[in-house]
Design a protein around this ligand. Structure first.
Ligand SMILES: [Zn+2]
Length: 810
């Protein structure tokens, strides 16, 4: 793939014509005929410096296998968590690969959150399952060299990291074993990679940077300077790497462009250790060095201003050789070489084929219009033939001309959603089809064609949506297939106290003109709606309000919402992930409200919520009856501030909110006047304010990742555990993912720690998850407890504890 030199807004597309510089780089890649698989655990673990160097300096095809899609991590750009976050991180990886040139692969492993050991990770995923997926990735991608980011021991840190190195080492051998994972052999064959390296660094071994070349050699460690300048693109390799790394926006990995010498270390683990393998290993051309020599000759004579001459060079030098009897390489490598040569030929001939629908999403099963454009930027007329059920046509295009035409396409019957989310999952994604395993995403329909230039050349183009915006220009997005009607309840979950009145609304959105009826709610609620035969125009929405007094359920009960049109029931909502650095992706969600009952006193009063990096704690508190105000501190006078029952600071607010430090004094005045200030977790790295509480304390990296870790109340009779809700061990049942993270440490004497707990394999307790100090007449809480996960997940105990903190009076 090509290196991006464009503004961030534009997302490069495969069907765009490549410059001769990019074609030259592709030829270089063909000449090297070498593949490297880089293995780690999460989106953002990958070393973009090494990948950028392998791809752009050494012209080695490099893929990054991330065990997970990172759905258990944090999100610093929005409030997506879990599956939706995994979608963002998947596409951020793909955008990073577009810049550094690599490919992207995954396993079925779900990022279930922080894990303290590989052992724990394997227990959740099932070791054999993920091992099978890594073996499959190796058998499919067929790397000559495998590189791990982490060591296979506890030095790796995160348990997923350690697991990735252990799996890589085992899979290195098993991929070649004809008795291992035999069920894969209908799709892939055995594969033996030459060498396994560990991409070690001074992070683990401080002394590495100072070692001489001889010392490193004695330890079988390659040291390479990846900080080299590429005159063809005008960028240093580490500069390309910085641009790729900065795509991990939801992880706040934006970084300045790096230039100058930068060492990378590759430590031999197993296989065959070969000096400077990145220059000398023959890969695809092992059995036919004369083919490789022929490509080198083309490279040496390559003319950047005369593609026609380059085509002739290739035809005479390479095509004749590869056209000989197919004995010069493995069949799969021959297919790869032919595809590379076709792609190079199409680009040198200036053939650009694009197929696009309009801006609007398309209703499943309906007919829609697709425009096909064929542009001939080459020096002579071409003939093109499409072989597609809807485009069975052939014609000529003169040089310098573009031909476009439209055809009707029939939309598939499946609503678009990321393929790995089609089935419910716990710690391992469940796929519909084995052949989807490892794919970063399922691409939209690919339209094939053959161009007759000096020889028949096969090409294909992926269907997409396209529109033109007056300020941004062309906007290209993946296809979106939608249901006729989208049904969206106003809330996803609801915490309901016994005999509470509940209210919510439901929106029905029509993607095409239609007639619909609301399906009545179940007997437990008295709906204020009952309309039938409502006519909706395309794009129109109808809202229905539902309310119920004295809801008296005792067990959790979901409210399902649906409409009917014709004989079809529509009960699905569409969640749109929309950021300008990744494509627009939709996720199907069921149109239901998860209802959880909780025994709790009535929550009443006004809370000021100061947003941090994004969480749904404020919305959750609204659900149980609090009035939430989100007015910026700047607009509130001291008197108004004093009227709030509590001020709650959202997660990472002191990491992300630039205005907040300026209002420290204002918040302290509120505190001393008798206010109640609750600050949720921040990270110590990049705190915008040194002291965020009334007295000093530090923020650690301590976390308790086992969601069922036993809590110990450090002050058992404290009001936080008794008023208005009597907190017991039952309140710590049913938590999700973890107890908390970024706990306080080294607090001053004014603070009282209230709770302590630890993960099973830890010896030391963490007691900084909830600390409290009095300041003047008020109370200050710092808490690393994961309320941002537990409240939206409807965990009753977390609500009861949070209410006690809000209602706390010293
Ligand atoms: Zn990681």
């Amino acid at each position: 793939m090509m290196v991006l030199l464009m503004a961030a807004q534009t997302i490069a597309q495969d069907y765009e014509l490549k410059s001769t510089v990019d074609v030259f780089n592709d030829l270089n890649k063909l000449h090297r005929g070498l593949r490297v698989l880089y293995i780690a655990a999460h989106p953002d673990d990958e070393n973009t410096r090494l990948i950028a160097w392998l791809e752009n300096e050494k012209h080695i095809e490099t893929a990054y296998l991330s065990l997970t899609r990172g759905q258990g991590g944090q999100n610093l750009i929005g409030d997506e968590k879990g599956d939706a976050l995994g979608v963002i991180r998947t596409y951020e990886l793909l955008e990073a690969r577009k810049i550094d040139g690599g490919e992207q692969l995954f396993t079925r492993a779900v990022d279930f959150g922080y894990s303290k050991s590989a052992k724990e990770s394997f227990e959740k995923w099932g070791k054999e399952e993920v091992l099978a997926d890594v073996v499959y990735a190796i058998r499919k991608f067929r790397p000559h060299v495998i590189i791990t980011r982490f060591p296979p021991d506890r030095n790796a840190g995160h348990g997923h990291h350690e697991a990735s190195a252990i799996l890589a080492a085992e899979a290195f051998d098993l991929a070649a074993d004809p008795k291992a994972f035999v069920e894969q052999f209908d799709r892939v064959e055995t594969w033996q990679a030459n060498t396994l390296y560990f991409n070690t660094s001074s992070w683990w071994r401080k002394e590495l940077e100072g070692k001489s070349d001889e010392e490193l050699k004695a330890e079988q460690i390659h040291v390479v300077n990846i900080g080299v300048f590429d005159p063809l693109t005008g960028q240093a390799i580490n500069e390309i790497s910085s641009l790729a790394r900065s795509k991990h926006r939801c992880q706040a990995f934006g970084t300045a462009r790096d230039r100058g010498e930068r060492k990378e270390f590759l430590q031999f683990v197993k296989g065959t250790h070969q000096e400077a393998w990145y220059d000398t290993m023959q890969g695809v051309w092992m059995r036919s060095p004369d083919h490789q020599k022929a490509i080198l000759e083309v490279l040496n004579a390559f003319d950047f201003k005369n593609p026609k001459a380059d085509i002739e060079l290739i035809n005479e030098g390479i095509m004749r050789k590869v056209g000989q009897r197919n004995m010069w390489a493995d069949a799969k490598d021959i297919a790869w070489v032919n595809q590379m040569l076709d792609d190079i030929a199409l680009n040198l001939n200036g053939v650009r084929v694009e197929a696009f629908a309009g801006q609007d999403p398309v209703v499943v099963g309906s007919d829609y219009l697709v425009t096909i454009e064929v542009y001939n930027g080459g020096a002579s007329t071409i003939d093109i033939r499409f072989s597609h059920p809807n485009i069975d046509t052939s014609f000529s295009v003169e040089e310098g001309r573009q031909v476009s035409f439209t055809r009707l396409f029939r939309a598939p019957n499946e609503i678009s959603t990321p393929y790995w989310l089609r089935n419910p999952h716990k710690d391992l994604y469940v796929l519909d089809k084995n052949e989807h395993l490892g794919l970063p995403f399922l691409e939209d329909e690919r339209i094939k064609y053959v161009v007759k230039a000096d020889r028949p050349i096969s090409g294909s183009t992926v269907l997409h949506r396209k529109c033109t915006d007056r300020s941004l220009g062309e906007i290209v997005q993946p296809m979106r297939f939608v249901p006729l009607i989208r049904v969206t309840p106003s809330v996803k979950s609801m915490i309901v106290r016994s005999w509470q009145d509940i209210e919510y609304s439901t929106t029905a959105h029509a993607y095409e003109d239609c007639e619909m009826s609301w399906i009545p709610l179940d007997v437990n609620t008295s709906a204020s709606i009952g309309f039938a035969n409502l006519k909706l125009k395309k794009g129109q929405e109808l809202m229905a309000y539902s309310s119920s007094t004295g809801y008296k359920g005792l067990a959790p009960k979901n409210i399902e919402r649906a409409v009917k049109s014709g004989d079809v029931i529509y009960n699905q909502s569409i969640r749109l992930i929309n950021y300008d650095h990744i494509p627009e992706i939709q996720i199907i969600e069921p149109a239901l409200i998860e209802v959880t009952f909780v025994e709790m006193g009535k929550a009443k009063g006004k809370i000021l919520y100061i947003e941090g990096s994004g969480d749904e704690v404020d919305e959750s508190l609204e659900l149980i009856g609090y009035e939430i105000d989100r007015t910026p501190l700047a607009q509130l006078g001291n008197k108004e501030l004093d009227s709030y029952k509590a001020i709650i600071v959202g997660i990472r607010a002191y990491n992300t909110n630039d205005e907040l430090p300026a209002y420290y004094d204002k918040l302290m005045r509120y505190l001393s006047n008798g206010g109640n200030l609750i600050t949720q977790y921040n990270t110590s790295y990049s705190l915008k304010l040194e002291q965020i509480g009334p007295y000093p304390f530090k923020i650690s990296r301590q976390r308790v990742t086992e969601e069922d870790a036993t809590p110990d109340f450090l002050v058992a009779d404290h009001a936080v555990f008794s008023k208005p809700n009597k907190i017991s061990m039952n309140d710590f049942d049913g938590w999700v993912q973890e107890r908390g993270l970024y706990f306080a440490e080294e607090w001053s004497d004014e603070f009282t720690p209230l709770i302590r707990w630890k993960d099973a394999d830890e010896t030391e307790f963490s007691d900084g998850a909830l600390i409290l100090a009095q300041y003047g007449k008020g109370s200050f809480f710092y808490t690393g407890i994961s309320f941002f996960r537990e409240l939206p997940a409807g965990v009753p105990g977390a609500y009861r504890l949070m209410v006690n903190m809000i209602e706390y009076k010293p």
